[in-house]
Design a protein around this ligand. Structure first.
Ligand code: NAD
Length: 401
């Protein structure tokens, strides 16, 4: 029998229906070998080239959107995944596919833990969108379950694979000396909080995109958050009757003494020139690095279109001779690393521990011990809750979500 990794996708909205679905379509057609040099794993190219990736199921809340996603997948690949829908469709998938290898989770922020735990209980690996979960209790549960079942929980921390960030991790941080302080920001469009997401009252801008940056800083310095303070504001969204934070500012002090301020919002007006505004600055004892991931020097304007920028590094379409388009970029790279890890466990019998430094650093945030871990996600999850909860009753009342 051909070596196969069976994947099911739960959640196919703005992110699952685009980045995951397109990435799995390319894997379905061509396998993973072509993606491997991008993430420093090309030594596995020959070994993994026969591995087939099969998207066996897609699930969303409504049957109609599941069918729409399946139809798009069929158009790209000629293969139609089975459709599921409802409030907890992952149970049906796990029942129908007892040999499922990977449950990919791209449901809203507050709906990650349930499918993750259900998949682990059935012995499937997990590839989840960030944030892995919203509370430390949930994180502990996931970590324990993954350990007990010896399964991987990959968290999609793709900022680690941005070429500029790899340069900082592998080179620039050594030039600028011990890190002192910094800022990292990601400002999302108003459209996501007022129209795309129906679930913003169950999350907040820091929980939504802050994990990217806390994880990224961890990936550079391997230092865990020691304490944090956070403030948030509610002024813009309440105007539209949405009881959610417009913006959150979080200061995290790390064990190595550096202090980083994370600024996140989801109220940037549509007139802004880029899809999102994002960047970081880190001051070290002997220098400084600035990295603007919004304006990378690529900008255009046209009559009626305003001035626009785009990030051609996140994902881009590369035209193939047959008219279809290969989908590559750092947005896909973190999914690739997680699937390589699963393939190594399944076909090479490697242990989760052996995969810790896959791809040059603690890899795609596979789960490990909570406090002692050198993995990125867990210290960040640990650090990102206690202070707000103890300070603001609202954060207490809406948590856990
Ligand atoms: N890695 C990134 O940079 C990135 C970017 C955007 C979003 N995300 C994350 O991806 C996740 C999904 O975000 P999105 O932008 O696609 O949101 P979305 O609201 O556009 O889509 C959510 C999807 O989940 C489905 N869903 C909702 N409730 C469900 C349920 N009970 N059972 C099954 N399916 C259900 C919806 O039908 C929809 O398909 C979020 O956790 C978000 O933070 C990550």
């Amino acid at each position: 029998m051909e070596p196969t990794i069976k994947i099911a996708l739960v959640g196919a909205g703005m992110f699952g229906g685009d980045v995951h679905l397109r990435a799995y379509a390319d894997l379905q057609r061509f396998g993973v070998a072509g993606q491997l040099a991008r993430v420093g794993l090309d030594k596995y190219a020959r070994e993994l080239s026969p591995v087939k990736f099969d998207l066996v199921a897609v699930a969303t809340r409504s049957q109609k959107s599941a069918e729409k996603s399946a139809a798009a997948f069929a158009e790209w690949t000629g293969h139609s995944p089975k459709c599921y829908s409802g409030e907890e469709p992952w149970h049906d998938i796990l029942r129908d596919f007892p040999d499922l290898d990977v449950l990919a989770v791209a449901t809203p922020d507050h709906l990650h833990t349930q499918p993750i735990l259900a998949a682990l209980a059935k012995g499937a690996h997990v590839l989840t969108e960030k944030p892995m979960c919203l509370t430390t209790q949930e994180a502990d549960q996931i970590i324990e379950a993954a350990r007990a079942k010896n399964r991987i929980v990959g968290v999609d921390m793709h900022k680690r694979y941005d070429p500029d960030h790899l340069r900082i991790r592998d080179d620039i941080q050594n030039r600028i000396g011990a890190p002192l302080y910094g800022t990292a920001y990601l400002e999302e469009p108003l459209e996501v909080s007022t129209s795309t997401f129906k679930w913003v009252e169950s999350s907040d801008p820091f929980s939504y995109v802050g994990p990217h940056w806390t994880d990224l800083i961890f990936s550079y310095y391997k230092s865990k958050p020691a304490s944090l303070t956070a403030v948030g504001q509610k002024k813009r969204l309440v105007r539209d009757g949405i009881n959610a934070y417009d913006a959150v500012q979080v200061r995290v002090d790390f064990e190595n003494g550096m202090s980083i301020n994370f600024h996140n919002n989801w109220i940037t007006p549509a007139d802004f020139e880029g899809p999102v505004n994002q960047g970081q600055e880190i001051v070290g004892a002997d220098g400084k690095v600035e990295s603007d991931q919004q304006y990378r020097g690529f900008r255009w304007w046209n009559a009626g279109g305003g001035t626009r920028t785009s990030n051609n590094h996140f994902t881009r379409d590369v035209l193939r001779a047959d008219g279809t388009r290969a989908y590559v970029g750092y947005g896909v790279d973190s999914l690739t690393v997680a699937l390589v890890a699963v393939s190594r466990v399944k076909f090479a019998g490697e242990s989760r521990d052996a995969l810790r430094t896959l791809s040059g650093s603690p890899a795609t945030s596979t789960t490990g011990p909570r406090v002692r871990s050198s993995y990125g996600t867990h210290p960040c999850v640990e650090g990102s809750r206690p202070t707000p909860r103890s300070r603001w009753s609202r954060w207490i009342t809406r948590s856990p979500t």
